[in-house]
Ligand binder design. Structure first.
Ligand code: MOS
Length: 720
């Protein structure tokens, strides 16, 4: 189905099942431990052996020699694989560094060997006996130093509109500041893990991956085998946040080790390996300039961002939202990439917007103060209903102003006082606000739906559920379309044997994947109607029956039927700017003596199209707000600038919020439908929820203390 005109009325609009706050259909399996994760698939193939990955101890250089003798002689060892005996390995375009290093080393903890043994403990023990001699080379690990020296080999096209420099120079009120965001790690609960098994030329990998089709092609490309010979299975995933968009060493090395030993091999990355072996969100250094009239109208806005990556990697797109969020005739954004030899940087929840808004939304707070305006009001008067870079292009829906107004009223924004003037005992109390913004991307997505003999419906798609609720909203969609209760729908996900879906990334999964299920259900409805002798255009599917006028038949009378389709988006995403909006409001307490920061209240008001399931959508938003608290106050990979690695590579030292750090969180969804975004009229929410939160906290800390911190995380020594 091509989706190229705005959606009209359709069966989803009945909202009997879609739009209901239903519990997750996979919830009982998850909470009782019966949903098997990749590493737990003891059942799928017999005789599994255990692999342990050896990571490079240097960040840049070469392997001089590897001595495997002791490892090979250790108890239980079945085999050891290194680059020297792995044959020719490719590199997929989605990986910056090779997944098995040697002799050249590209980053710290790049895999250099896999040891396979009968037990986990034997593999881990033998791995410690692998002796690698390295020749270390000088590397570049300090973003500030590389950015300052001006080594910017890869330049993104600068985006501009009007004449920023002239307009900024002429602005009656000017603001210019620099911000820093650190490297961050996804720190998902389930580590990267895979079991690989060969049957002749055919490879199956049970793994933990957000994008099944990317995994299939990247595995094939890396191993140099036909895509048709690779099957990827990933039905349950314990979090990804972008860290599982890409095939990593666990999958590829399990496949290589399984081929070398003739045994199925399972590998999980140990927690201390994940931080340097896989991807992370790159640190940024940003400069924001805003020029405005005394009336507060922005006349010029400029945003530049520097970030680092390995050769072949991309810059963090931290300026993306600044092209779209506020009005202003003169605009300029620039991205600069500094080549570093740190582990590969890539997508982490709301890549671009999350770190970009951390800077932009402090800058907006600072500019409001410079103008002597309320920060909510300053944002409202700079709203735009068209893409400011292409004024002929409207937003499909844009209710930023309502999010801010409703949020301010609900939060009691009128209680906010001048910086450093509100106290509650020993606590300085402050309030902060930030806009939330994240683009709504759409991706083609396929599904197969089957009417079973008993009148129930089975949906199959390679869509994944990374803890987001995909199983449930897909079941809701099929139930609504076919007129059956949700417990008559079975959903099967995460298998490359199923039709290719949008996958879980960029907050496009929920809307795109359900739209694919919608398309397949339209076809199944036609097939059912035809079989029963009804005109499908008039047929009503309700309560397990198909009816036209007074004629009616049970759905199951149509017998077994299968339909498959893929939704494809094109023209509407060009004609309209599709984005999601929100307002984040935060109250913090800062201890007057110790500087400790406690978040006291959080509210998000979101406008993100139709909300397919308010319960699972709320969970997405509060999870994202929690991640925003981490970004504001604690998350930071400490870079060892001499040896080039992330020092705090475990969850003891890489701090993330725990329950005790998080207060009551409130989420309000505006009643919105967006017929431009898909037949579901929905959008994404999972990444909207994090975009802006950290800045709202930073602004609240400023309001509490009168001390402005522009360098995240805002640890207490920075504002004491
Ligand atoms: Mo998201 S960072 O595209 O999983």
């Amino acid at each position: 189905m091509k989706f190229d005109t705005p959606a009209g009325q359709n069966p989803i609009d009945r909202l009997k099942v879609v739009g209901q706050p239903l519990d997750r259909i996979d919830g009982p399996l998850k909470t009782s431990g019966r949903a098997p994760y990749a590493y737990e698939r003891h059942d799928v193939v017999p005789n599994q052996a255990y692999g342990w990955i050896v990571g490079s101890a240097i960040a840049k250089g070469r392997i001089k020699s590897i001595d495997l003798a002791d490892a090979k002689a250790a108890p239980g060892v079945i085999g050891v694989v290194t680059a020297a005996d792995a044959g020719t390995l490719g590199k997929s375009k989605r990986n910056a560094a090779r997944l098995l290093g040697g002799p050249e080393i590209q980053h710290y903890h790049q895999a250099v060997a896999i040891v396979v043994a009968e037990t986990f403990e034997q593999a881990r023990h033998a791995a410690k006996l692998v002796r690698v001699n390295y020749t270390r080379a000088d590397g570049k690990y300090d973003l500030a130093a590389v950015a300052a020296s001006g080594t910017m080999p890869k330049e993104e096209p600068d985006k501009s509109h009007g004449d920023f420099a002239a307009a900024f120079a002429a602005s009656p009120v000017k603001f210019d500041a620099r911000y820093e965001t650190p490297d961050q790690s996804h720190a998902m609960m389930e580590p990267h893990a895979s079991i690989a098994a060969w049957e002749g030329q055919k490879l199956t990998i049970w793994t933990s991956h957000q994008m099944i089709d990317w995994a299939t092609s990247d595995t094939a490309e890396t191993l140099g085998i036909p895509k048709a010979d690779v099957r990827i299975v990933s039905p349950y995933i314990g979090g990804g946040f972008g860290g599982k968009l890409f095939t990593r060493s666990d999958a590829i090395l399990a496949a290589l080790a399984a081929r070398a030993t003739g045994r199925p091999v399972k590998i999980a990355l140990a927690r201390p390996q994940i931080f340097n072996n896989t991807t992370h969100r790159p640190a940024t250094r940003q400069r924001i300039r805003i020029g405005a009239g005394r009336d507060g109208k922005i006349t010029a806005i400029g945003h530049e961002s520097w970030s680092g990556n390995l050769p072949g990697g991309d810059p963090e797109t931290a300026t993306a939202q600044t092209q779209l969020l506020y009005a202003g005739a003169n605009r300029m954004t620039k991205l600069r990439l500094a080549v570093l030899d740190l582990p590969e940087g890539n997508a982490m929840r709301a890549p671009g917007e999350a770190p970009g808004m951390m800077a932009l939304e402090i800058a907006m707070d600072e500019m409001a103060e410079t103008l002597g305006m309320d920060p909510v009001q300053f944002r409202i008067i700079n709203d735009t209903q068209v893409d400011p870079m292409k004024p002929e292009r409207p937003f499909s829906q844009r209710q930023l102003v309502k999010c801010l107004e409703d949020g301010a009223a609900k939060f009691g924004w009128d209680q906010r006082r001048k910086p450093g003037t509100r106290r509650d005992g020993d606590w300085l109390v402050g309030m902060g606000v930030a806009s939330a913004f994240r683009n709504n991307m759409v991706q083609s997505s396929g599904a197969r739906v089957r009417l079973e003999k008993d009148g129930s419906i089975t949906v199959e798609t390679d869509m994944t559920d990374i803890g987001t609720g995909s199983y449930t909203i897909i079941a809701q969609t099929a139930a609504e379309m076919m007129g059956v209760p949700i417990d008559k729908v079975q959903v099967r996900l995460g298998d490359s044997a199923f039709p290719v879906s949008a996958g879980s990334g960029g907050q496009w999964g929920g809307n795109s994947a359900t739209a694919g299920v919608y398309a397949a259900c339209v076809k199944l409805r036609e097939a059912v109607a035809q079989k029963l002798g009804f005109n499908s255009a008039d047929a009503d599917f309700t309560d397990g029956r198909v009816s036209v006028g007074r004629r009616s038949a049970p759905l199951r009378d149509a017998g077994e039927l299968v339909a498959e389709d893929t939704i494809e988006f094109d023209k509407l995403s060009e004609a309209y700017q599709q984005s999601t909006f929100g307002g984040h409001f935060v109250e913090v307490g800062v201890h007057a003596m110790t500087g400790e920061v406690r978040v006291r209240r959080m509210l998000a008001v979101c406008a993100a199209g139709r909300i397919l399931n308010p319960k699972s959508a709320r969970s997405q938003v509060i999870g994202a707000m929690t991640m925003g608290v981490g970004a504001a106050l604690m998350e930071e990979l400490a870079v060892d600038k001499r040896f080039g690695f992330f020092v705090n590579h475990d969850l003891a030292a890489y701090e993330v919020p725990v329950h005790a750090d998080i207060p009551h969180q409130e989420v309000v969804f505006l009643d919105e439908v967006d017929p431009i975004s898909s037949p579901m009229k929905a959008k994404g929410v999972g990444e909207l929820g994090i975009s802006g939160v950290a800045a709202a906290i930073a602004n609240a800390i400023y309001n509490a203390t009168g001390v402005r911190v522009r360098d995240y995380p805002i640890t207490l020594e920075k504002h004491l």
